[in-house]
Ligand binder design. Structure first.
Ligand code: ZN
Length: 300
């Protein structure tokens, strides 16, 4: 097993994009500040998408201007060339481009087929060189809400087409939370074996309660980074019944108590998750934020 794993905080983007209540810019910046204070050093802060389709992300450009710089690397998500150009203009540290492994979901998410999005990625990768780190998330890498099973051979074809253009990292996303630890071990193992020089990140949703087991399997298989969201908030506007990401504080608890360093402070994560729950105004799925860590921290 690895001795340390990087956790990428995604609550400001994936976490809240599906919330009915719009969080204002100051609240989002406060959330990012709390994540940084808890030890997050890479944060997906927003997505540069059509505000008519994802109203929660309408303030992406303004948010980028107001980020506290220098404490963490900030990632912006993009679904097409225009989104990439906005992320670049906003001066973010990384762009996370999305290619969905299944054609139907890619059309639903991005309005074009997977092949067209891969063609856009080729142009983006060239334009990004020397200017911004560009990685790719492969959506629906373990199953599709519209097509069902996504064969391993199909995933490998898509990863091969993406890898050709030199992403700094590839994330395999279980967008609808259908993966089991066996699937994770198989697919992370296959991608690692084929492209040993490309770091692998996992993006896991806990829709069927396999999220933490999958995280463990992913680390064992060599994934170097994991996306997570404070409180386990999240969902996808274009994936029916998708629920939240794995909760950051539950992941930190499991890993730290297993001797795998995350660089994050559990108590600060719990406090941030509780604060976020209050901002959203409804219960969130995280469990360690309710039960507390163990052993209980001593009063100062
Ligand atoms: Zn997601």
């Amino acid at each position: 097993m690895l001795e340390s794993v990087e956790i990428v905080e995604v609550s400001p983007r994936d976490g809240i994009q599906n919330e009915a209540k719009l969080l204002d810019l100051d609240t989002k910046l406060a959330l990012i500040g709390r994540a940084v204070a808890a030890g997050a050093r890479r944060i997906e802060v927003t997505s540069f998408v059509n505000p008519a389709r994802v109203p929660q992300m309408a303030d992406a450009d303004e948010l980028a201007r107001r980020l506290p710089r220098g404490q963490a690397r900030y990632i912006g998500l993009a679904l097409n060339r225009r989104g990439f150009e906005r992320a670049l203009a906003a001066g973010l540290d990384e762009v996370n481009f999305v290619v969905v492994a299944s054609d139907s979901f890619n059309r639903r998410n991005q309005g074009v087929g997977t092949a067209e999005t891969i063609a856009a990625w080729a142009g983006i990768a060239a334009a990004a060189r020397g200017r911004i780190a560009a990685g790719v998330t492969i959506g629906a890498a373990f199953g599709c809400p519209f097509e069902g099973e996504v064969p391993l051979s199909r995933l490998m074809e898509v990863v091969a087409a993406v890898a050709e253009h030199g992403p700094h990292e590839i994330a395999l996303a279980d967008t609808i939370g259908v993966a089991t630890p066996r699937d994770i071990a198989e697919r992370v193992g296959a991608v690692r074996a084929a492209w040993p020089d490309i770091p692998i990140r996992l993006h896991l949703h806990n829709t069927r309660n396999t999220g933490l087991a999958n995280a463990w399997a992913g680390i064992a298989a060599g994934a170097r980074a994991l996306d997570a969201s404070l409180g386990g908030v999240g969902g996808c506007p274009f994936a029916p019944r998708a629920t939240g990401n794995i909760p950051t504080e539950d992941l930190v608890y499991m890993l730290e108590r297993s001797g795998i360093a995350t660089g994050m402070d559990l108590e600060a994560c719990i406090a941030a998750a509780q604060w976020l729950e209050a901002q959203l105004g409804h219960p969130v799925p995280g469990m360690v934020m309710k039960a507390g860590g163990f052993p209980a921290p001593r009063a100062a």
